[in-house]
Design a protein around this ligand. Structure first.
Ligand code: UDP
Length: 312
């Protein structure tokens, strides 16, 4: 039975992690300031003796009285529309927040895991992306606030590992989807599902030829759990390598919900990566992990959850 602190624990991924550690019998300390997280995501855990919620902004000094075995730093805006809305908070939580969470890990002798991202590869020039690729990031573009904060977070994590001997993990998360994503999250899958359910045109940005490889949340959570319990200090990609164009994804979601919906094309946001697909060899070999949920199954579950929340 471990004591686990999850920053950003009321967010999409954070709340699924809270559920996982509670299911393992661990004690979960969940921190969130609700900038993009939401109380509904953790409402079902309130009152559970093994769950403690602390409303807090982790860019400030973090004090936790109890011993901690694991700290998972998941606090951060994570949708491109959020980086535009909260650019300074995004930079602060990736830099100052990571520093504070690492300081806490050092003080508690806890294992630390940073939620990094495929965005560290920027608009990648190699494909699929392997962990030893250094990336192609525009530091002053609209996405720079997220990408550079996460790159700083990785550098800070390695510095605490090398100079303070903190036991650390670096997880590079590729596009993930599933129940509890905000309806108005702004990312492709929630947008397309919400639009199709409301009989609105699906908005594909650019010509829709850009690709992503989308992972169902349960697969991601399993990968995170395995990485945490491993001894791996170097970065590990976790994602589903099944690549699809955004037009293809819009068509797939349209056909699952409402084949009569129109698809319209809108401006491509600046610095939008043209291709993205994880090379998961390291996760396969080190963690014996691979994504198991195919897109149809994952989308069906996500659509069902969106319908429930929209009262349909
Ligand atoms: N996208 C789109 N329509 C939308 C939302 C997003 O075509 O309504 C595109 C976006 O331009 C990008 C891809 O879908 O090429 C994935 O975007 P998302 O915001 O989900 O995540 P990203 O991988 O860009 O962070």
């Amino acid at each position: 039975m471990a004591n686990v602190l999850i920053t950003g624990g009321a967010g999409f991924l954070g709340s699924h992690l809270c559920d996982r550690f509670i299911a393992e019998g661990d004690n979960v300390f969940c921190m969130d300031n609700f900038i993009t997280g939401s109380p509904e995501n953790i409402a079902h855990l309130m009152g559970n003796k093994k769950f403690k919620f602390i409303e807090y902004d982790v860019t400030n000094y973090i004090y936790v009285e109890e011993d901690l075995d694991y700290i998972l730093h998941f606090a951060s805006p994570a949708s491109p529309i959020d980086y535009l809305k909260f650019p300074i908070q995004t930079l602060k939580v990736g830099s100052l927040g990571t520093h504070k969470a690492l300081g806490l890990a050092k003080a508690k002798n806890a294992t630390f895991l940073i939620a990094s991202t495929s965005e560290v590869y920027g608009d990648p020039l190699i494909h699929p992306q392997k962990e030893d690729y250094w990336g192609n990031v525009n530091p002053v573009g609209m996405r720079g606030v997220y990408d550079e904060a996460k790159r700083f977070a990785e550098a800070m994590t390695m510095a605490y590992h090398r100079y303070h001997n903190v036991d650390t993990r670096i997880l590079r998360i590729f596009n993930t989807y599933g129940p509890r994503m905000r309806i108005n999250d702004g990312r492709a899958i929630p947008n397309f599902i919400n639009q199709a359910l409301n009989n609105e045109p699906l908005t594909v940005y650019g010509d829709g030829s850009q690709t992503r490889s989308v992972c169902y949340v349960d697969d991601l959570v399993e990968g995170i759990h395995r990485l945490l319990l491993s001894k791996e200090n170097d970065p590990v990609n976790i994602g589903n390598p099944d690549e699809i164009t955004m037009l293809g994804l819009a068509e797939e979601i349209r056909d699952l919900i409402n084949p009569n919906c129109e698809i319209i094309f809108q401006d491509l946001p600046s610095d939008d990566p043209k291709i993205r697909k994880p090379d998961t060899t390291r996760a396969n070999t080190i963690l014996n992990w691979e994504a198991k949920v195919n897109r149809k199954e994952g989308l069906d579950k996500t659509i069902k959850n969106f319908k429930e929340r929209l009262g349909m």
